[in-house]
Design a protein around this ligand. Structure first.
Ligand code: GRF
Length: 210
């Protein structure tokens, strides 16, 4: 059983996609053992509660400085004893020590085709605003391992989504979520749970099914 901790900050639609995948049997041998949010009002925590999954809020606002927050966040993750940490709309910088402790065991969903529209300052709607401003015809989402950079870790899976005439950042965000994020995040977790994902020289290889 792969134990996963999911870190969230907002609506939790990606968390919901993973919970649904487990519920429907598309993702086997995976258990979400804890949901951690930096935002006590995150609807994602409601989603976790409704599913009977323990939700914990660790907010930087509750700590005097970043160091103390990092310690509390590290403890909240470690206590759950995860095999994999999933960042699903999580807007807090991950403490470097956590990345070192969980090398290639932290994954993130980003709402663009990395290396486009990613890195510092590119999150949520801003990503889609930039894609529309640039006039790209295709965007999408990426699941990648988290390393010490921002959106720079080895890419596990990507899925393209066509930009449509008249798209707004909101309509594009919704379609990228529906047609890409909610598909490739659960699928990536399933592949990891099946032991089919390996990393070599910064590149991900997905083994054929046994
Ligand atoms: C999504 O666009 C996701 O790609 C980004 O955060 C947004 C909110 O996701 N990382 P969620 O609804 O909280 O899962």
């Amino acid at each position: 059983m792969l134990r996963i901790v999911v870190c969230v900050s907002g609506g939790g639609t990606n968390l919901q996609a993973v919970m649904d995948g487990i519920e429907q049997g598309a993702i086997r041998d995976v258990q979400i053992v804890r949901v951690i949010s930096n935002n006590r009002n995150a609807y994602a925590l409601e989603r976790a509660a409704k599913a009977g999954i323990e939700g914990v809020c660790v907010s930087p606002r509750d700590y005097d400085d970043r160091e103390k927050f990092n310690e509390a966040f590290l403890a909240a993750v470690k206590e759950a004893e995860p095999d994999l940490i999933v960042l699903a709309g999580f807007l807090v910088v991950i403490p470097p020590q956590l990345i070192r402790n969980y090398e290639n065991r932290i994954i993130n969903i980003h709402p663009s085709l990395i290396p486009s529209f990613c890195g510092t300052g590119y999150y949520g709607l801003k990503v889609h605003e930039a894609a529309l401003a640039r006039g790209v015809k295709v965007t999408g989402a990426t699941v990648h391992f988290v390393d010490e950079g921002t959106d720079t870790g080895p890419i596990i899976m990507q899925k393209a989504v066509a930009v449509q005439e008249g798209d707004t950042p909101e309509s594009l965000q919704r379609r990228v979520m529906e047609e890409a994020e909610w598909i490739i995040l659960p699928r990536s977790i399933e592949l990891i749970a099946e032991g089919r994902v390996t990393v070599a020289d910064g590149h991900v290889r997905i083994e054929e099914p046994a």
